[in-house]
Design a protein around this ligand. Structure first.
Ligand code: GTP
Ligand code: MG
Length: 180
């Protein structure tokens, strides 16, 4: 009997506290959004199954804490990741500036065989805030950073309005699968 073509992909979501990591994940997996902020403590994962070509892919999405005092995940946690999702808030410059640290920290901890080609995907979230008028980080600035880091795919989303969330995660799954 032919076994189904299956893959388990581990992806890790990193970024400053409050940028919307948990919200993006909840929107993608449960189609739910809450205005209320509840800080993630430590890390936890949810899974989502999807079909990519002839493969049944189980995406294991690890949501992490942005708050400093909850950082202590350690090497074992990052090891074996197939893709790293970096998230910032387009309305908060600091959350964009910190991407550099998240990127470096991930590579240091995960220690992939080839750090130059390890797949990342960048998400600029909260596009909906004030109808876009409080946005401070431009799409060009974000894309320039992605180009600098080796052509990281970039998505702008609203977890609140479910804008572009599916597209971002599909790209994440495809990127992770290609790297498996
Ligand atoms: P930590 O767990 O502390 O790292 O934060 P987080 O990145 O998981 O942020 P979280 O998803 O908890 O969202 C923080 C706050 O922003 C919550 O009040 C959310 O409701 C809100 N939020 C998240 N995404 C969006 C969005 O796309 N638009 C708007 N307007 N608010 C959002
Ligand atoms: Mg969270």
């Amino acid at each position: 009997m032919l076994m189904p073509n299956r893959s388990l992909l581990k992806v890790i979501v990193l970024g400053d506290s409050g940028v919307g990591k948990t919200s993006l994940m909840n929107q993608y997996v449960y189609k739910k959004f809450s205005q209320q902020y509840k800080a993630t403590i430590g890390a936890d994962f949810v899974t989502k199954e999807l079909q990519i070509d002839d493969k049944l892919v189980t995406l294991q999405i690890w949501d992490t804490a942005g708050q400093e005092r909850f950082h202590s995940l350690g090497i074992a946690f990052y090891r074996g990741a197939d893709c790293c999702i970096l998230v910032y808030d387009v309305n908060v410059p600091k959350s964009f500036e910190t991407l550099q640290n998240w990127h470096e920290e991930f590579l240091k901890q995960a220690d992939p065989t080839d750090p130059d080609t390890f797949p990342f995907v960048l998400i600029g979230n909260k596009l909906d805030v004030d109808g876009g008028s409080s946005r401070v980080v431009s799409e060009k600035t974000a894309r320039d950073w992605c180009a600098l880091k080796g052509n990281i795919p970039y998505f702008e989303t609203s977890a609140k309005e479910d804008y572009n969330v599916d597209a971002a995660f599909l790209c994440i799954a495809e990127t992770a699968l290609a790297n498996e």
